[in-house]
Each structure stands twice: as C-alpha cells, then as structure tokens.
Design a protein around this ligand. Structure first.
Ligand code: NAD
Length: 378
C-alpha cells in the first residue's frame, strides 16, 4: 500500500527539521511493514522558496494540489513583513477550510517541566480555526471603515464606542462551533477518552463564547446521546461532556490536569491554551499538531521559523517528527507511529537531545538537528 503525502519544507529551520524528520517516517514504516507500505512524498512550494522560484509566496498550484489532497505535512512558514501580507498559515487555513486545529499534549519522561506533575498531563486540544477574532475582520484606528462602523454602532444600535478605537469583529457561528465539537466528540468516543471539556468565556461574551458552549452541548445531546453523559451523572464507558470558563481552565490545567482529557474551544482561547499546555511538557519543539478540514489532514510543526538558529543544525526536529507520527496514526499505521514515540521517548530518557532541551536537563548530551533525526530513525 502506498499513500501520497504532499510536503512543504518551510522557511528558516523548516528545511533542517524536514530533512531530519522525513527519514524517520520512512524508516519507521519500513521497520513496521517492510516493503508492504510506503509513503510517496511530493513537494509543494510555499514561503521564501516559492517566492524565489515563482515570485509568489503561496502559488495557486500549491493551493490547488492541497484542495485535492488528503494528507500533507509542513514545516514553519514565516509571515512576510510589510503591509498587505497576510500570514500564509492563516490564508491556507481559511482557503482550505482547515477548521479544526488538533494538538495532543503528552509528557515524555525526563523532560524538565515548570509544573510539579507533568506526568499527569495527557490532553488533546481541539481549537476552532476559522472564526472568532482571527476571522480577519479588523479595521485600523482612525480608518474610514472603523469610523463608519463606530458611526453605525452609535446611530443604529445606540452603542457608544470611542471614535479613536481600532475595531475588530468576533463572529462565532452555530455551524462552525458544532463541527469542531463534533470532531472532538468523535475522537473522544473512538479513543475511549473520559471527557470532553468545552472551554469558553461565555460569562462575559454571551452570544459568541456562550453560543459556542450551548452549541457544543447541543451536538453532544442531539448526535452523541448514547455515548455521552454529564458531569453529575458519570457512567461507565460514556464520555463526560462538561464546560469550563477559559481563565479557570488555565488554572485547572496547572492544578488538576488529570481531570481533563479532550478540550474543545474557540480560536483565540485555543491558541493560548495549546501553547501554554505545550510549555508544561517541553515546549513547542516537541509539540505536534494537525489542521483538518473534512477532507484534508495537514500536519505541521507547531513552532515558528526560529530565524536566529536557522542553518546552524541546532533546531529540535521533534515537533515535525511527532506530527509525522500523528499522521501515521491518522491513517491507521499505528505500529510505525508507536515505534517513533518509543524512539523519541528513549532519546529523551537517555538525555541525548537538541540544545533547547539539553540546556534544561542536567547531564544531558547536546546533539544537532540532523543527529537527533538519525538517532530517532535508527
Ligand atoms: P519561533 O517559534 O520561530 O521562535 C520562538 C523561540 O523558540 C525562539 O527562541 C526559537 O529559537 C525557539 N524555537 C522555535 N522552534 C524551535 C525548535 N524546533 N528547536 C529549537 N528552538 C526552537 O517563533 P517567532 O520567533 O515568534 O516567529 C518566527 C517566525 O515564524 C515568524 O515569521 C512567524 O510568523 C513564524 N511562525 C510560523 C508558524 C507556523 O508556520 N506554524 C508558527 C509560529 C510562528
């Protein structure tokens, strides 16, 4: 069996981490299945490499290929500096309707963590990826658009807004919320997870964040009635659906992480929460992730391009390697995925790691990006 995977190398450290990660995937598949299964990698251009070759940062050919694809993986892409440039990541998420950002947070023994019991952290964050304040509806202070909106609020709605304000909108829809929560519930049911927690700020923003909470509970009761239950009526084999206010959730994640499993949340909450949780278990250098539409699963390194260490063989390729393992799990090639987790776990427990981790671990041996890939892939 052969599957096609499109890849985007990425900018900055992207080239190095991809060069380290790709052979790890190939080796794990070969170890698990011999020649019976393989991935066929096809490169797509984006970022600086695309600009140098085509004059565009995100060529239409790349978008068209991704629109027809089921599997893809990418390194980090820098956001070109200057007016008028939108983040390439945000553009891809919107254009390809990659509405669910999924980030597992898993602890590897030996990682130095800022919390006392990082071993109790085992969560998966499902973040809505297309709505909320990231929808891109934002107008500069003093612009005609901001002034017109402020006048509309005053004249039509009787709402006073300071005329010098920059103005942004926070659209959150029933459909957008429901499809994200549905994905989280499907995952929790399939994986036998104990709970799904809806994380929101509905106490303050009733019609947007509060809407998300209500629509989330609606999906659970209307579509997963037999498989879910509530916090006050726990039942063997059923997923508890509960909710927490976002600020309390940050505190809970630190104090009682063992009580949380799958978290489903809006875009901005999810952005903060997934990075904060990743920091508890080793940081972004080790955090895998995927952005999903109903068709495409687009795995990615969750960190940025780290320009200060690019080209120095210092980057940690762990995030992209583990995103690759997540991709193998997604297509059901679990034996290969498990062998990657075991190899990463072994390298960390033996304290042979890249400098971002070694600098925090007493007695650790620092190795480069390439060597870490070779170690994990061996
Ligand atoms: P960054 O993640 O690149 O760097 C933050 C810090 O973490 C730096 O100290 C960096 O050296 C370190 N770091 C990051 N990844 C590492 C790795 N794999 N190994 C070792 N150390 C690592 O974030 P930033 O500096 O805010 O952003 C730089 C660029 O990356 C910007 O252009 C930004 O737009 C882009 N970015 C892209 C993505 C993405 O493509 N998903 C995500 C975040 C930032």
């Amino acid at each position: 069996m052969q599957k096609t995977v499109y890849f985007i190398e990425g900018d900055g450290i992207g080239k190095e981490v991809w060069a380290a990660a790709r052979p790890v995937l190939t080796a794990a598949i070969e170890k698990a299945y011999g020649k019976e299964r393989s991935l066929e990698f096809e490169e797509l251009l984006a970022g600086e490499k695309a600009f140098n070759e085509t004059g565009e940062y995100l060529p239409q050919d790349t978008l068209t290929a991704l629109q027809n694809a089921e599997l893809a993986i990418k390194g980090p892409l820098m956001t070109p500096v200057g007016k008028g440039f939108r983040s390439l990541n945000v553009t891809m998420r919107q254009t390809l309707d990659l509405y669910a950002c999924i980030r597992p947070i898993r602890y590897y023994d030996g990682i130095v963590s800022p919390v006392k019991r990082p071993d109790l952290v085992d969560m998966v964050v499902f973040r809505e990826n297309t709505e909320d304040v990231y929808a891109g509806i934002e107008f500069e202070s003093g612009s005609d658009e901001a002034k017109r909106l402020i006048a509309f609020f005053r004249d039509e709605l009787g709402v006073t807004v300071d005329p010098t304000a920059g103005v942004g909108l926070k659209p959150i829809t029933p459909n957008g919320s429901k499809r994200l929560v549905r994905k989280a519930l499907e995952f929790a049911v399939a994986q036998g997870k104990p709970s799904v927690t809806l994380v929101h700020k509905g106490n303050i923003m009733k019609y947007t964040e509060g809407g998300f909470r209500q629509w989330g509970y609606d999906v659970a009761s209307e579509e997963f009635a037999g498989q879910t239950t509530t916090e006050d009526a726990p039942a063997e084999g059923k997923v508890v659906v509960k909710d927490r206010i976002a600020d309390a959730m940050f505190q809970e994640a630190l104090i009682r992480p063992e009580q949380y499993s799958v978290l489903a949340t809006t875009n901005l909450n999810g952005d903060y929460l997934s990075d904060a949780l990743a920091a508890q278990v080793g940081g972004l250098g080790l955090a895998p992730g995927v952005n999903m539409s109903d068709k495409l699963a687009f795995f990615e390194a969750t960190h940025g391009t780290a320009p200060t260490i690019a080209g120095k063989d210092m980057a940690n390729p762990g995030s992209l390697i583990l995103s690759g393992a997540m991709m193998l799990e997604h297509i059901g090639w679990t034996e290969a995925a498990d062998s990657i987790h075991a190899a990463v776990s072994k390298a960390i427990s033996e304290k042979t790691v890249t400098c971002d981790l070694a600098s925090q671990m007493e007695g650790a041996k620092t190795i480069g990006c390439k060597a870490f890939g070779e170690l994990v892939g061996s």
